[in-house]
Ligand binder design. Structure first.
Ligand code: MBD
Ligand code: FE
Length: 291
């Protein structure tokens, strides 16, 4: 490993731990889950674990290795990373299966609310020498009723050309590659950014140790994160992907859906452009709380 590489890994490890602090700040109020729900889900979860132990005839050495590892997940601050990589996609599926509008995907650990606001046509905050192919992304926000949604917000956040997220890796401007765009009267927006790089989850914390011990890979395909919202409509959280990324088929976070793969056009001058819009479901009495 070169010195450069270990510097990258050190940054990555801080990203996992930073997500724990960010989640604590966001989750100030305690959530009340009724005792019947806690009991039903905890009983089934424990039963599922008991099944695995019997099925694989777990040894005491393996039980102790599991204990050691579980303790280290908390010590490394990687519970948000672990849950968002290996569990959230099922929660997302359960809570959005009723939708008729656009498909969404998981939020992941690195969303920060309150990114700087731009008009419907704007450039996301980036460094002067920001690495990556410039990308112009245009689209329209509509309702499942067909109505154009003016004043809708499209919050965009993504990793840079080295796979790092601002506020989770040191040395990046606070709001780098994070922005809030407001659609015009016809629901349209046009965003100037750069294409992100594929993302490797931290290899030197507890999640990385699980990946290494199991012989898995640690990659997510390059992706753009978005939250799209408009009054009277369910908040849509999604991720958008790029065709041909080798990890679209084996995303460690299981968060790729065919509807979420973009079709960017090479402009021939080193930049590319893409058209991709969103259809939002109106809020109904049965709408679950989503994110
Ligand atoms: C990410 O950037 C991400 O989007 C997810 C889901 C998990 C880890 C890092
Ligand atoms: Fe991400």
């Amino acid at each position: 490993m070169t010195e450069n590489r270990s510097e990258f890994d050190a940054k990555a490890a801080e990203s996992g731990a930073g997500a724990t602090e960010a989640f604590r700040k966001k989750q100030k109020a305690a959530v009340h889950v009724p005792a019947e729900r806690v009991s039903a889900m905890a009983t089934d979860a424990l039963q599922a674990i008991h099944e695995v132990i019997r099925k694989h005839q777990m040894t005491y050495e393996e039980y102790d290795a599991l204990k050691t590892w579980l303790i280290s997940v908390g010590e490394d601050g990687e519970w948000p990373l672990f849950l968002d990589v290996w569990v959230e996609h099922v929660v997302e599926g359960v809570n959005t299966s009723h939708r008729e509008g656009s498909k969404g995907s998981i939020e992941g650990p690195y969303y920060v609310p309150g990114a700087p606001e731009h008009p419907h046509d704007g450039t996301i905050a980036m460094r002067e020498d920001e690495p990556g192919t410039p990308l112009t992304w245009s689209g329209q926000v509509t309702s499942t009723s067909g109505e154009a949604l003016g004043g809708a917000t499209v919050e965009l956040w993504h990793a840079d050309g080295n796979g790092f997220y601002s506020q989770y890796a040191p040395g990046l401007p606070e709001w780098n590659l994070r922005g809030t765009f407001v659609s015009d009267g016809e629901g349209r927006f046009s965003i100037h950014t750069v294409q992100p790089a594929p993302y490797q989850i931290p290899t030197d914390g507890a999640c990385g140790r699980l990946i290494a011990a199991a012989g898995w890979h640690a990659w997510r395909p390059a992706h753009l994160h978005v939250k799209v919202s408009a009054p009277g409509h369910e908040l849509l959280t999604a991720q958008l992907y790029f065709p041909g990324d080798p990890h679209n088929e084996d995303d460690i976070a299981s968060a790729v859906k065919p509807e979420l793969v973009l079709d960017p056009q090479d402009a021939g001058d080193g930049t590319s452009s893409v058209d991709y819009g969103f259809v939002l479901d109106p809020v109904t009495a049965d709408s679950p709380t989503t994110r």
